[in-house]
Design a protein around this ligand. Structure first.
Ligand code: BTN
Length: 257
């Protein structure tokens, strides 16, 4: 990873890069407690031994993937807690935009709330966590399959996961280029949320891979079944059930057959 380039071409104030770490999100949660931490602060790693996914899931990133976490200070970028669902969506949207520019013509979409799909399979997972002792700070953890091919992976894995190289007929990508491009797009889209200059609802509704499909949303022990009616302007998933148009701000969504 070309750290001087990351610092020169993006808004990042500090970068740490590890050959191996337990989890970049865990490291970020530790750092985020420091009141004078320069932000945005990025922690990246070539390997994670206990990478975490959403809920109780693990994240397995093999060689060639991109795994990093960014400590973001919400107040200093001009966002409040109400903006968090939209901030989470623009993170996925920035990954999607970057993917479309590196692999033109590929099918890229958002699986609400935090996954990005490429050619109908998951290419990127996003884990956003709040730092309890510095509630203004969010940890945005991203796992993106770049040069790690799934071609030789077990069949059940190949059905659900892919990478940039798989979608680009084996071409490989500079992870620095990919990261710089994402960070620039992320900044631009976050600014639209802050100043409201561009309404992103049309963009994320168009990108929503669940729109029009029957889905089940699970949030703790609550479950709802309906047809996904897109994503609202505040970032909520819209679910048309037999009784109402429901808005969901958190949960795991499964596509139903
Ligand atoms: C998910 O799809 O469930 C979210 C996966 C998030 C994985 C990334 S990899 C970098 C960062 N560190 C972690 O331990 N997890 C996130």
């Amino acid at each position: 990873m070309d750290i001087p380039r990351l610092l020169a071409e993006t808004e990042l104030k500090k970068v740490e890069w590890f050959e191996e770490i337990d989890s970049t999100n865990d490291r970020a949660l530790l750092l985020a407690i420091q009141p004078n931490l320069p932000t945005p602060y990025l922690i990246g790693a070539d390997r994670q031994v206990s990478g975490r996914g959403r809920g109780t899931n693990r994240w397995w990133g093999s060689d060639g993937s991109l795994m990093f976490s960014v400590v973001v200070d919400m107040t200093s970028i001009g966002l409040t807690p109400v903006d968090w669902p939209r901030f989470s969506l623009v993170t996925g949207l920035a990954i999607s935009t970057m993917l479309s520019s590196f692999i033109p013509g590929s099918a890229v979409g958002l699986k609400w709330p935090n996954d990005v799909w490429l050619q109908g399979r998951k290419v990127c997972g996003i884990l956003i966590e709040q730092c309890d002792r510095s509630p203004d700070r969010l940890i945005v953890g991203i796992g993106l399959n770049v040069n790690n091919s799934f071609e030789c992976a077990p069949e059940d894995m190949r059905q659900i996961a892919t990478s940039m190289t798989d979608a680009a007929s084996g071409n490989t990508f500079s992870r620095t280029d990919v990261l710089v491009s994402f960070l620039k797009e992320w900044k631009t889209l976050t600014q639209y949320v802050v100043d409201g200059s561009i309404n992103l609802v049309e963009r994320w509704s168009r990108a929503c891979v669940l729109s029009g499909f029957p889905v089940k949303i699970i949030n703790g022990n609550l479950e709802s079944i309906g047809v996904c009616a897109g994503i609202d302007s505040d970032g909520a998933l819209l679910l048309r059930t037999a009784f109402a148009l429901e808005k969901h701000y958190a949960g795991t969504v499964r596509l139903l057959e």
